[in-house]
Ligand binder design. Structure first.
Ligand SMILES: [Zn+2]
Length: 134
């Protein structure tokens, strides 16, 4: 059943239940129906607000998930294994990384290797040391 029809039926059913509950207190039908109508309007309004809040949360969560995915993605310029031309490629360390060459349109597998380097003093700190000695 369509969600909208289901929602309207729930709202009408709760309106009828409110009217019947109010009638049990011994008030006239016109007052009971008036209160039921007010209940219908309030339920419809509250359900719409809740739906908007839930949809906003889902949209925002999807947005944050995409931003988190992009934040964890790194970019490197690598050469194609077929034509040798350079491509800017986004990659992640926690998944298999493939890319299609922009130039020859062949699929490449991105191979990541680790290497070591000596720890050196940044040039800005060297310049500060030199300035202090002068
Ligand atoms: Zn290529």
């Amino acid at each position: 059943m369509n969600q909208t029809i289901k929602r309207v039926l729930y709202t009408i059913l709760s309106c009828v239940l409110i009217t019947a509950a109010v009638k049990l207190f011994g008030v006239s039908w016109s007052i009971a129906c008036g209160i039921g109508l007010i209940g219908f309007i309030l339920f419809a309004y509250i359900i719409n607000i809740l739906r908007d809040i839930i949809l906003n949360r889902v949209v925002m969560q999807t947005y944050y998930d995409e931003m988190e995915y992009l934040r964890r993605q790194m970019v490197a310029t690598v050469s194609c294994s077929y034509c040798g031309k350079l491509n800017g490629v986004g990659f992640r360390m926690d998944q298999r990384n493939e890319f299609e060459c922009e130039h020859c349109h062949k699929n490449n597998l991105l191979s990541i290797t680790a290497s070591t380097a000596q720890i050196t003093t940044p040039l800005t700190e060297v310049a500060e040391l030199v300035n202090k000695k002068i």
